[in-house]
Each structure stands twice: as structure tokens, then as C-alpha cells.
Write a protein of this length. Structure first.
Length: 82
């Protein structure tokens, strides 16, 4: 699949990253005007909630002896943007 994958190792707060790319079109037999295709963007931001929701307290009631871990995974995912 033709794609550009951009992985950002660290993204501190109040920072901005920008990606620009130049594409070269393959020549065709007949000249044809270039139509802009839709650009799909997908992203994930681990350990961040865009809504600001945080789990402060969680109690699990289970009589079977279920062992809980004190850990919450926060992740922000993109919707479908074009």
C-alpha cells in the first residue's frame, strides 16, 4: 500500500510538528489534469486523553478472587478525516 508513515518518538506539550511531502506523478500516454485525491489521516496518542477524562478511583467487586492491576491505559485515536 502506498503510504507515508511518520512516527514521532516524543511529543512534549505545547509543541507542533509539521510534515510536508512532494509527490512525483507517473507520466501517462495522454496528458490529464491532476485531481486531488482524498488524504486519509490516522493517528494514536498513547497516555493522553483529548477529553481530559481521568480515572481517579475504581473498585472491583468479584468473589472469584480476580486479581486487579493498578494501571490505566489512556489512548487517543483519530476518527476518519479526509
Amino acid at each position: 500500500q502506498n503510504a507515508i508513515v511518520w512516527r514521532i518518538k516524543r511529543f512534549p506539550g505545547k509543541a507542533e510538528c509539521m510534515l510536508s511531502a512532494d509527490l512525483e506523478l507517473v507520466r501517462t500516454v495522454r496528458p490529464k489534469a491532476w485531481e486531488r485525491p482524498p488524504i486519509n489521516v490516522e493517528f494514536q496518542v498513547p497516555m493522553f486523553t483529548a477529553s481530559g477524562v481521568h480515572v481517579r478511583f475504581l473498585r472491583v467487586f468479584d468473589k472469584s478472587g480476580y486479581h486487579t492491576n493498578r494501571w490505566v491505559r489512556y489512548i487517543t485515536k483519530a476518527g476518519g478525516y479526509q
